[in-house]
Write a protein that binds this ligand. Structure first.
Ligand SMILES: NC(=O)c1ccc[n+]([C@@H]2O[C@H](COP(=O)([O-])OP(=O)(O)OC[C@H]3O[C@@H](n4cnc5c(N)ncnc54)[C@H](OP(=O)(O)O)[C@@H]3O)[C@@H](O)[C@H]2O)c1
Length: 281
């Protein structure tokens, strides 16, 4: 059973969702492994995953198509689909066109959570938010959020809408705390600011892409052994034990899906949690 978090007293999202980057291609569609991805998404849904994270640009839209196909047999109302408008499509008309395409790709008539994938200084946020406010009014999107946003721009968005920002999706894991690919000060500034304002954090790259550095790190290996968890499971457990925190690992192997769900059922002793708190940049 994957625990939920309640955000702004209104939305309930599970602490663990499924990431889909590289399912269906990188920047262009790749149809060669569709069966593998469909099987993986279906296995995740059958295992109790209800939240799937995708984006307009993943596989040039094909990731959304795969998600749409995989969810078709299931009760849509029980699922939560997050997708994102690319940072280079943030003009008013571009946002509306991107969302129309995402709806078509996903074969759905609404999106649970729409994110601005990354900020773009060339487009005023007021223009982007005008489109987001319209989509929220029309209930084409139920909630909205941000991704890779620093505090200064989160503040700006807060002035441009009376709707709550549901999440800021940022790179965050046991090693990557304050120096990410697109943000700095995640743990020092962004997460405290978001929490102060009731905004959840969605951690992308939560298991460091299955990097061997994580697997081989001595503290993780030793603490993990105590609980019968792999270093990846432990890293995920630490992340998901934080308040208002969700993680969306990309998982295509059935073993990883099973392990990551199981990882959440363990409660770390405070001294072990503290050891993990002290790791990272
Ligand atoms: N907003 C953004 O700018 C942004 C940027 C990057 C990613 N994202 C989102 O965040 C998601 C996650 O990030 P990511 O895919 O870059 O990295 P990730 O989730 O940290 O890593 C995924 C890799 O880790 C492996 N893995 C998963 N669970 C594991 C476990 N328990 N033990 C060992 N290996 C494990 C997966 O293998 P298998 O596939 O073989 O199971 C996959 O190769 C993406 O898929 C995407 O949805 C968002």
């Amino acid at each position: 059973m994957i625990p939920d978090i309640t955000i702004h007293n209104t939305a309930k999202f599970p602490k663990l969702g499924l990431g889909t980057w590289e399912m269906g291609g990188r920047s262009k569609p790749d149809y060669s492994r569709d069966n593998l991805w469909l099987k993986a998404i279906t296995f995740a849904l059958e295992s109790g995953i209800r939240h799937i994270d995708t984006a307009a640009i993943y596989g040039g839209g094909h990731s959304e198509e795969l998600v749409g196909k995989a969810i078709r047999p299931y009760d849509r109302s029980r699922l939560l689909i997050t997708t994102k408008v690319s940072g280079d499509k943030l003009r008013y008309d571009e946002v509306l066109r991107s969302v129309a395409q995402s709806l078509q790709n996903l074969s759905t008539d609404y999106i649970d959570l729409l994110l601005i994938h990354w900020p773009n200084p060339a487009v005023p946020l007021s223009e982007t938010m005008k489109a987001f406010n319209r989509l929220l009014d029309e209930k084409t999107i139920l909630y909205f959020g941000l991704s890779n946003f620093p505090v200064s721009l989160i503040r700006e968005v807060m002035q441009l809408t009376d709707r709550p920002i549901l999440t800021n999706q940022i790179e965050y894991n046991v090693f990557t705390r304050n120096k990410g690919s697109y943000n700095t000060g995640m743990e020092r500034e962004i997460i405290p600011f978001c929490h102060e304002h009731g905004i959840s954090i969605t951690a992308w790259r939560p298991v460091m892409k299955g990097d061997a550095t994580l697997a081989g790190q001595a503290t993780l290996a030793a603490v993990g052994e105590k609980y019968g968890l792999s270093s990846f499971q432990l890293a995920l457990n630490w992340l998901c034990s934080k308040p208002l925190m969700m993680a969306i690992p990309k998982m295509s192997s059935e073993q990883h899906i099973r392990e990551n769900i199981e990882a959440l059922s363990v409660k770390l002793d405070p001294e072990d949690y503290t050891l993990l708190e002290r790791m990272g940049n």
